[in-house]
Design a protein around this ligand. Structure first.
Ligand code: 45D
Length: 321
């Protein structure tokens, strides 16, 4: 029997609790725009996760500088309007420029803007701003998440902002942006007990060095990668493009795993561990599971990357009988 995407997407899924993040993101979109910005601001400033300076240097901010200069010269109401336009994905010149930035440049832009708001150079969220009860409830839910999930909420909302005419047509990710430079080398991938699979170990090793072609070559030609809360990306080319955009500078720290050989000789593995983003470095560890299906040639036919709800889940490798 040959592997199909449908047959492998659900492997080990019963060992994981559903994540709260998709629902939080849906409810966030239902808030009014002022609430959206205020809630993110409080989630960003009050959760006390600090961005590392090294990451900002690595993000190469030339592209964002233009917009930051422009925004500094505006009146306060216009500054607020620009932020609202970004949040509502309005088709304005400003939102279009932002919309085609890479993920890392978008994050860097908001990071600098946040600094300018804190300094009073750019209009802050008014001190007496009162969020609606819906926004309050959502903020409290976000505060209860662990650090890795909190920054995921921030990231996903920021990435969604702005107007991208290409995205509307489902065009592939563009490669306009400079490379995000890894601030420091990743820790060496250690061997994983009970996981002798070269494709899996090679995957972590290559990802930790940003060698995405090498990582993608470990996939079957029809292989796919399913990022957290997203549909699978099928084929090596698409996987490479995705990784260039989303995986630069990540530290992958797999800790444990299991490997189950199927009757047809294919394999299913679940590996759990931590992932660090260069933005927060060692300050935030994301608890992650990789669910791999390898074909009989030992190639990666499928890997899902899941954000776990709690550190306890790192040890849930087998379904409870
Ligand atoms: O004024 O194996 C606000 C893959 C609003 C690849 C703001 C992966 C208002 C394969 C916006 C709040 C990639 C899938 C200001 C693995 C306001 C693979 C500012 C997984 C000022 C493992 C907000 C990788 C700011 C993962 C500055 C899971 C917010 C990576 C900044 C996850 C937020 C990375 C930042 C994450 C968030 C990075 C910098 C979650 C960064 C998050």
């Amino acid at each position: 029997m040959s592997l199909t995407l449908e047959s492998v997407r659900g492997i080990f899924l019963e060992t994981q609790a559903p994540s709260a993040i998709p629902d939080i993101l849906t409810r966030f979109q239902e808030l009014n725009l002022e609430d959206q910005l205020a809630l993110l601001w409080y989630a960003y400033t009050e959760t006390g996760r600090s961005i590392t300076r090294a990451a900002l240097g690595a993000a190469r901010m030339e592209l964002a500088e233009g917009l930051l200069t422009e925004i500094k010269q505006m009146s306060r109401p216009d500054q607020t309007q620009v932020m609202v336009d970004l949040a509502r994905r309005a088709d304005t010149p400003f939102s279009r420029t932002y919309g085609v930035f890479s993920v890392n440049t978008k994050l860097g832009f908001w990071y600098r803007l946040g600094e300018l708001m804190a300094q009073g150079v750019v209009a802050p969220i008014p001190e007496d701003y009162k969020m609606t009860p819906e926004a309050e409830t959502l903020l409290n839910r976000i505060k209860k998440l662990d650090g890795g999930q909190q920054i995921t909420v921030l990231r996903n909302t920021v990435v969604d902002m702005g107007y991208d005419p290409l995205k509307a047509d489902n065009a592939p990710v563009k490669e306009l942006d400079p490379k995000f430079i890894r601030p420091e080398p990743a820790p060496k991938t250690k061997t994983l007990e009970g996981i002798p699979e070269p494709a899996v170990l090679g995957y972590f090793e290559a990802m930790n060095e940003d060698r995405f072609e090498t990582a993608a070559a470990l996939f079957a030609p029809e292989g796919s990668l399913q990022p957290p809360f997203q549909q699978p990306i099928v084929g090596r080319e698409g996987i490479i493009r995705y990784m260039r955009e989303e995986a630069q500078g990540l530290n992958m720290l797999p800790e444990q795993g299991i490997c189950e050989v199927q009757n047809d000789g294919s394999k299913q593995l679940k590996i759990t561990g931590k992932v660090q983003t260069p933005w927060f470095g060692v300050n935030v560890a994301m608890n992650i599971a990789w669910r791999f299906a390898l074909n009989t040639q030992g190639e990666i036919f499928f890997v899902a990357i899941d954000m776990l709800a709690s550190p306890e889940e790192l040890l849930n490798l087998r379904p409870s009988k």
